[in-house]
Design a protein around this ligand. Structure first.
Ligand code: SF4
Length: 468
């Protein structure tokens, strides 16, 4: 899992480049507005759909021991080869072995969050394989040696001028920041690569346990090129991506585009359930599906299991006031935003304390839950994780936490409380330099404006009121 920075989220937001802030804030706000317009225009009760989708996913998760073998059997019956990976390293090794066994040297790859989790691209390059990202955003991340900052829009933190400079540097044409020119140049560069590659790798948005069918939604058509133009297709899939039946795909494909990008439907929706059959002109000769656990069964056993319903639409990122201020890199993990604040510390396993501050990156306003197409109670999960951090004494989560014990003591002693209220007025006369001598106060003060102390006025008002 890449670590962009070890800074805390509030400091990262404070130091954010204004151009990055403008890109992230503008993009997320516009997408949230489109999502609302499209969903409420198309459906009389979008909440009913969200609740239904949440129940279907929760049912699947609670019966994974039934649905996973069912999907495996269906895929095998269709001629696909099925692999199970306990963790990210195992998934990477399985994929490397498939390539070696077939004499393959190069891969074209479409966007897959689980492959970001496992660090597949770097692993293959380190083992002598070529691995080219074909999603436009991921391609730009690859040539810039950067990290994605959004689940759906990996380059949410960049603008077209940044991209034009990268293309010029990589010899993809003179500086030109016209979006149509940028996409045309990327298309011209990538098109031939599909036919040269030995292996095409995709993720899957959903897998039907009934038929083994992988459903993949994209807006660029690159996933279907990866599957159709190469002789070997590998699908890498988190075990939580299962849904029970093919008919459930109608519900989920209706929700994912509308929630994630405000589209009625994503531009391309592919279904594939096996390799090319006898007589079919196109398609891969081999199809492999790698189901990845990577701590998902631990999450399933925890009191935050609802997070596994996530369909990676990105709606909670777009609506989150913290994500909009801080951008995705502030979360120091593959999954940013509200979903990341829950999922990343859970997937970190024994490294939980390193990410235990993420659940604090929320005002608990509840907007993430309202937009989530599978109705995940994200604020509740954040509170459960804050409790876990406190119980396990995760130092990082406690940093900057106000001393509530002192507050509790004062609030329960009327005389002490009255004295504190009177002395509090002295804070207005205290220069910032004095505040910064005390380490916890300095940390708090470094990214906030201390408001003027107004304590005591309410008590005074109550006292005067009682006299009348
Ligand atoms: S938690 Fe919900 S809103 Fe956020 S990415 Fe997952 S499905 Fe979308």
């Amino acid at each position: 899992m890449p670590t962009k920075t070890q800074q805390d989220i509030d400091r990262y937001a404070r130091d954010l480049n204004p151009e990055v802030y403008t890109s992230v804030y503008g993009g997320t706000k516009a997408t949230t507005e489109k999502r609302h317009d499209v969903l409420f225009h198309d459906y009389p009760d979008p909440d009913l759909l969200r609740r239904t989708a949440g129940e279907v996913k929760q049912h699947t998760l609670e019966n994974l021991d039934t649905y996973l073998p069912k999907a495996e059997a269906a895929l095998k019956a269709n001629g696909a080869q099925v692999h199970f990976a306990a963790d990210g390293d195992a998934a990477n090794r399985i994929i490397l072995e498939i390539m070696k066994a077939n004499g393959a040297k190069s891969m074209v790859k479409s966007k897959s969050m689980v492959s970001e989790e496992t660090g597949l691209g770097h692993f293959l390059e380190d083992n002598g394989m070529k691995c080219l990202e074909t999603d436009l955003g991921e391609f730009i991340i690859q040539i810039d040696h950067d990290h994605p900052s959004h689940i759906v829009k990996p380059i949410a933190h960049k603008n077209r001028r940044d991209i034009a400079k990268s293309f010029e540097r990589e010899g993809l044409g003179d500086y030109n920041d016209d979006p149509a020119t940028i996409t045309r140049r990327a298309r011209e560069f990538l098109r031939g690569k599909y036919f040269e590659a030995d292996v095409g790798l995709t993720g899957a948005n959903f897998v039907s346990a009934e038929s083994g069918r992988l459903a993949i939604v994209t807006n660029e058509g690159n996933a279907r090129f990866c599957m159709a133009a190469t002789p070997i297709h590998i699908g890498i899939v988190g075990i939580e991506k299962l849904i029970p039946h093919d008919r459930d795909l109608a519900l989920f494909t209706s929700l994912i585009g509308r929630s994630g990008t405000g589209q009625h439907l994503t531009v391309y929706t592919q279904f594939i359930n096996g390799p090319r059959r006898f007589g079919q002109p196109d398609g891969p000769e081999q199809m492999h599906v790698v189901f990845v656990d990577n701590k998902r069964t631990e999450v399933l056993a925890s009191n935050c299991r609802e997070i596994l319903r996530c369909i990676r639409c990105g709606a909670c990122l777009n609506v989150c006031p913290v994500y909009r201020q801080a951008s995705g890199h502030a979360y120091r993990s593959v999954y940013p935003g509200p979903v990341g604040a829950v999922l990343s510390p859970l997937l970190a396993g024994t490294r939980f304390p390193e990410l235990a501050d993420l659940p604090k990156a929320s005002s608990l306003c509840g907007a993430c839950n309202e937009v989530c197409p599978v109705n995940i109670p994200i604020p509740d999960l954040l509170l459960r994780l804050r409790d876990k951090a406190k119980t396990e004494h995760a130092g990082r989560a406690m940093k900057g936490t106000p001393p509530m014990g002192m507050y509790g003591l004062l609030a329960s002693q009327p005389h002490a409380w009255r004295a504190a209220m009177t002395m509090g007025a002295a804070m207005n006369l205290t220069p910032n330099a004095v505040m910064n001598i005390i380490p916890p106060a300095a940390a708090w003060n470094s990214c906030r404006q201390l408001p003027k102390w107004r304590g005591g006025k309410f008590r005074h008002w109550m006292k005067e009121r009682g006299k009348n």
